[in-house]
Each structure stands twice: as structure tokens, then as C-alpha cells.
Design a protein around this ligand. Structure first.
Ligand SMILES: [Zn+2]
Length: 657
């Protein structure tokens, strides 16, 4: 091409040509017309996986064995991961249930594969050729060993039985929350203070009461804005009781089964069993760390609560000493103080952050930092709200990944925010990543807090999409649980940066730019309540570890005792653990990872101190951290990026601020 077009412009033209005839890298997302079609596809996929296992069993452990093992797992990922997503997002309950059943069969397939002696023997005789292969073999070996392949036959059978039962109970736990579709009937006068947009268009019952759900765009404004204490209390209690007695029983059983599982391996507790594979390496490290956090926040939490109690006393005109602060007051008076003292009203951000533009904005932030490009590509997916984007390298135009986004709430949909890795990249065969970002944004626009959550989730998607590991099984989808939040938590800070927010005009030239003072004030206001928030996270982390180290754990007794020991105490009639899906599932003995990752996140931010959009630092971060998945231990990745060992200084400095 010998034209006079400058290079940068030529790249832009290539980009716009690509946008005219876009396509998604990798296979199309599977569609199932009915539950029985999904089940038939599931049968065929399981049979195909079984045949592939047999073929690999016959293969000698030659230099290509590791690649063949990775190929097998990648094939399984392609046929099973989309079904894992559909269990959580498909609008048809019958299809969700068929997906849940299929995923249970995959869990059982996985526990059998993990005990395959022939493959384990082959793996252990492979000679790794470099550091990447050493990590790969180590990770695969640990997977086999933790599945019980080295146990005596009777214990091995018991391990499989326990593992399958645990997977099944975990699915039941989540399904009960997802399908509850709770509706609370509230009289209009009881909604004073709650913005009209939240409830005006909602259905009514025969008595004219408004019927509201517990989805975040409804729940948050009610508990943060309803003037009437009893309204806040009703919603807060309903949320605390999500899952009910049935889930409490499940959680108790899950904890007992996991303890039994760990004991088969000679470990004292399930927490010991899990943590030896993590960045922290053992429970001594977490105990010490959580103690340090506790010591750092204790006084601050009490101060925060005193301020809220004073605010309540002023609001009600009662003497402070005679005013009791309840748990359902915390959100309300925190917001009230933020409005009074810092002039920050989260609701006031919504007009500046329209829902669709907010999605484009967080993508634009990533485009600037990592020299990539998102191109929307028409695709028929599981629901009309869901859409697809091709992710490409801005300079070369090279296709990098596919990102699916399912942005708005609906009944029967997963009600938090999360990313599902669907396909792991592998550079050895040009396999590109696919991931799905699932959030529950408010269609009327986002608060600054919600924008922060959206960017956090995009952080997970970036970690998956920009993974460029040699093997699929080393991609970001397999990163240690106590490191995986760090790249996302790092980005949360970005929405408080005026320069970053200026990018909004690039995606929405007609949007009114959010005034600088609003951001300045929000940044100051963010520090308010940090003591309470951190103390709450500390309680969750400590409860999870206590549950998974207890001898005969009884979830409610333990919760009553632990929450009871906090300044606001335990509230009779609530059962928070019944809705704590994290620790029923993959975050069992892992919730501490949110706080531990946050330490790393604060440390990572130090490199972006001068300019959060610096493309040079961004490129280095993409290369040394995001693209590496779990090819190397997290400490080593962070060291490569920062040029020094990671430490907790930035985290504790921030707590003291
Ligand atoms: Zn996260």
C-alpha cells in the first residue's frame, strides 16, 4: 500500500473497514432450541470427551503429550463452559435446569478424569522443557493429586463421591437464590425518599401496593434512600434471608463434606487443604493478615458507626445516647452523610452515566490503556439484551478475543456481577479467548459506584481476553483465587480520576460531562465509611475460614457468635449465610482472597500513580501480568511488573487515610 495516508490514519481506516464486515474470533455461541436439545448436545459432548480421554490414554508421554493433554481440556472447555453460563442466564427455566443437570454431569466427568491413573502416570513422566512447562506440569499434577488419584482405592472412591455431592449441593444453593423471584408489596407512602424511577413503573397488587424485587437497581435505592425505617428494615431483612432454612442446611452439609474430603488427604481442615495451593500458601499467613487488618480498622469502624448514630439522632430529633443504630440504617445514613457533608448524591450521577454509554466508556478506558479495540458484532445470543464484541489489537488489527455482555436484570438471571471465562487462549495453536460479562445495570443510568463495579467486571474480562499463554490450561481462567481479584480491584480507582472520566465525551459527545467538583467530592466521600466496609469484609473472610476449619460446623451458630461479637451485633431472625453463595461455591475457604487481592491491587496502582491511562505502563502491565495468566506464580508476575517484590504498604496506608 503506497498511499500518502499517515500510518496512524491507515490503522484507523483498517479499523473502520473491519467494523463494516465484523466477525467474532472463535466458534459461535451455541444455541439450544429446547431443554431436550441441550440435553442431547450434552450427551454427545460427554461421549466425545470420553472417546478423547481413551485416545490420550494410548499415547506415549512424548514431547507432545502436554499439548495433547491441553487440547483435551480445551475441547472439554468449548463444549461445557457455555452450558455453565446458560445455567445462570438463560431466560427459559427449563433450559436453565437442563444446563444445571448437564453441568453436574460435567463435574462428575471431571472428578473421574482427575482420578485417571494412566494419564497421571504419563504426566509425571513428562520432562518440562522450561519454566512455563514446569508450572504447567505442577498445576496439572496438583489437579490430579487433589482429586484423589494417589489415595488408596476405598478413599479414592469416597473422594469422588464427596466431590460429586459437593458440586451438586453448590448448584442447588445458587439455584434457590436465582429462582426465588421475591416480591415485596409496599404502600406508596412507605417509599418516601426513594426516587420515583425506581418504583413508578413497577406492577401493583390488588390493594394498589407496589411489588418490588431484590435486584440491585431496586434494592440499593430502597435501603439507601427510604426515609421510613420500617421500609428499609423489610428490604434489608428480605435480602438477609435469601436462601432460607434450606440453604442453611445445604451450607452446613457442604462444610462437613469438605472437611471429610480434606481429611482423606491427611489435612486437618478444608482451609489447610485449599490454602496450600494459593498465593498465601497456608492458614498461618491468612490468620496473621486478617489480624493485622482487624487491628488497623477497629477504631475506625467504631468512629464511623458513631457518626452514623449521630446522623440518625439528628434526623429523628432524638438524643444521641438514646438512639440505636440498626444494620438497616447503615446504607441510608452513609448516603445521607455523604450528601450532607460532601454534597455527594450517588443518584445524581445517573444522568451523566447513561447505561449503554457507560458500557462503551469502560471499554474505551481499556482501549486507551491496552491499545485494543472493541467492535460490536451482531449475534443471536441467549437473550435479546445480550450482545457480542470482537476485541482486536489496535495497532495490528489482529483479532484477540470475543466478549459477550449481558447488562440488565431480569427474573431468573444471576443477580450479582461476574465474568464467565468460556474459552481460554492458547498461543501454541492460535486459540483466542472468549468470555461473558454478566451484570445487572440500571437501564436509567449508573451511579458512580455502579460504574466502578462495571469497570471491575470488565477487569476480569480483560484478564481473560488478553491472556496470551502458551497453553489454554494456563490462561487467566485458572489464576489463583487469592490473586484473581487484584487486576479488577486495581481498576476500581480509575472512575475517581477526572482525566479518565473525560473519556466519556469520546463515547458520548452529546452527554453532559460530569462536573469535576462532583468527582473531587466523591473521591473524598469514598474514604468515609471505609472502617465499616473493611470490617464487614473482614467478618465475611473470617467467617468463611472459621466455617471451613470448624470440627462440626453449624453455620448459623457460628454466624450468630461471630456477627454477635461485632459492634452492631447479630440481628435476630436473620440468616445471612443462607445467601452467601460465594462460600457455598468456589470461594469456600477463599473469601479472604478479596482482601488479600486488594493488597496486591493497591500495590499495582502505584505504577499508574502519575497517569492511570499511561499507554506505556499499560502495555507493560498487559505483557507482564494480564497476558501471563497463571504461567508463572503471581508474586513473580507482580515483581516483573513493579520491578520489586510486592508489599502491603499501599494497602495499609490507604486504610489509615
Ligand atoms: Zn471480582
Amino acid at each position: 500500500m503506497s498511499s500518502a495516508i499517515p500510518l496512524a490514519l491507515a490503522a484507523a481506516l483498517i479499523g473502520s473497514t473491519a467494523a463494516a464486515a465484523p466477525s467474532l474470533p472463535g466458534p459461535a455461541f451455541p444455541r439450544f432450541a429446547s431443554a431436550s436439545a441441550l440435553t442431547a448436545a450434552c450427551d454427545a459432548a460427554l461421549a466425545g470427551a470420553g472417546r478423547r480421554v481413551k485416545t490420550l490414554e494410548k499415547r506415549a508421554p512424548d514431547s507432545r503429550w502436554l499439548a495433547a493433554w491441553d487440547d483435551l481440556n480445551a475441547w472439554i472447555e468449548d463444549v461445557s463452559a457455555p452450558v455453565g453460563l446458560l445455567e445462570n442466564v438463560h431466560p427459559d427455566k427449563a433450559i436453565r435446569e437442563a444446563a444445571q443437570a448437564c453441568n453436574q454431569r460435567w463435574a462428575e466427568f471431571g472428578s473421574t478424569l482427575g482420578q485417571n491413573e494412566t494419564l497421571y502416570r504419563a504426566l509425571t513422566s513428562v520432562k518440562p522443557r522450561d519454566a512455563v512447562e514446569r508450572e504447567f506440569v505442577k498445576f496439572a499434577r496438583e489437579g490430579f493429586e487433589d482429586s484423589g488419584v494417589v489415595l488408596a482405592p476405598a478413599d479414592r472412591a469416597r473422594a469422588k463421591q464427596l466431590s460429586d455431592r459437593i458440586a451438586d449441593l453448590d448448584k442447588q444453593f445458587s439455584a434457590r437464590i436465582r429462582d426465588a423471584n421475591v416480591r415485596i408489596a409496599v404502600a406508596v407512602e412507605d417509599l418516601a425518599g426513594v426516587p420515583d424511577e425506581v418504583w413508578k413503573t413497577k406492577p401493583r397488587d390488588d390493594a394498589g401496593k407496589v411489588l418490588l424485587g431484590l435486584d440491585y437497581p431496586t434494592l440499593n435505592p430502597v435501603v439507601e434512600r427510604a426515609e421510613k425505617e420500617s421500609t428499609r428494615e423489610r428490604f434489608w431483612r428480605a435480602k438477609q434471608n435469601e436462601g432460607g432454612d434450606a440453604n442453611l442446611a445445604l451450607l452446613g452439609e457442604l462444610a462437613r463434606l469438605r472437611q471429610q474430603y480434606a481429611r482423606l488427604f491427611g489435612m486437618k481442615t478444608f482451609a489447610d487443604f485449599q490454602l496450600r495451593r494459593r498465593m498465601v500458601e497456608n492458614t498461618r499467613t491468612t490468620d496473621r493478615f486478617l489480624q493485622d487488618v482487624g487491628a488497623a480498622v477497629q477504631a475506625r469502624e467504631l468512629r464511623d458507626l458513631d457518626e452514623l448514630r449521630d446522623a440518625k439522632a439528628r434526623h429523628l430529633g432524638t438524643p444521641a445516647a438514646a438512639t440505636r443504630l440498626e444494620r438497616w440504617d447503615v446504607g441510608f445514613y452513609t448516603e445521607q452523610l455523604r450528601r450532607e457533608r460532601y454534597n455527594v448524591d450517588q443518584e445524581a450521577f445517573r444522568p451523566y452515566f447513561p447505561a449503554e454509554e457507560s458500557l462503551r466508556f469502560v471499554m474505551r478506558v481499556a482501549e486507551h490503556m491496552f491499545a485494543i479495540r472493541y467492535t460490536p458484532v451482531p449475534a443471536t445470543l441467549w437473550h435479546e439484551d445480550a450482545r457480542a464484541y470482537a476485541v482486536s489489537d489496535a495497532k495490528s488489527g489482529k483479532p484477540l478475543a470475543t466478549l459477550y455482555v449481558d447488562p440488565y436484570p431480569r427474573d431468573g438471571k444471576f443477580n450479582h456481577a461476574a465474568v464467565w471465562p468460556l474459552r481460554s487462549a492458547a498461543t501454541r495453536e492460535g486459540r483466542v479467548s472468549q468470555a461473558a460479562l454478566v451484570v445487572n445495570n440500571d437501564r436509567k443510568g449508573l451511579t458512580l459506584g455502579e460504574l466502578e463495579t462495571l469497570l471491575h467486571e470488565l477487569g476480569h474480562a480483560l484478564h481473560d481476553n488478553l491472556s496470551a499463554t502458551r497453553n489454554a490450561q494456563q490462561s487467566s481462567a485458572y489464576v489463583q483465587l487469592d490473586f484473581v481479584e487484584a487486576p479488577s480491584q486495581m481498576l476500581e480507582d480509575w472512575v475517581y480520576d477526572k482525566k479518565v472520566l473525560k473519556l466519556f465525551t469520546e463515547v458520548c459527545p452529546t452527554c453532559r460531562p460530569v462536573p469535576d467538583e462532583m468527582i473531587d467530592q466523591a473521591r473524598v466521600a469514598r474514604d468515609f465509611g471505609k472502617g465499616m466496609r473493611t470490617a464487614r469484609q473482614l467478618l465475611f473472610a473470617s467467617y468463611d475460614l472459621a466455617l471451613y476449619t470448624a470440627d462440626t460446623p453449624e453455620p448459623m451458630a457460628l454466624w450468630r457468635q461471630m456477627e454477635g461479637a461485632t459492634p452492631l451485633g447479630y440481628v435476630g431472625g436473620t440468616q445471612f449465610p443462607a445467601g452467601f453463595a460465594h462460600i457455598a461455591g468456589g470461594y469456600a475457604a477463599g473469601y479472604y482472597g478479596y482482601l488479600w487481592s486488594l493488597v496486591v491491587a493497591h500495590d499495582l496502582r502505584t505504577a499508574f500513580r502519575d497517569d492511570r491511562l499511561d499507554p506505556v505502563v499499560g502495555a507493560r502491565y498487559r505483557r507482564t501480568v494480564l497476558s501471563q495468566g497463571r504461567q508463572l506464580p503471581p508474586r513473580q508476575l507482580v515483581k516483573e511488573f513493579l520491578g520489586r517484590e510486592t508489599n502491603a504498604k499501599a494497602f495499609f496506608d490507604d486504610l489509615a487515610r
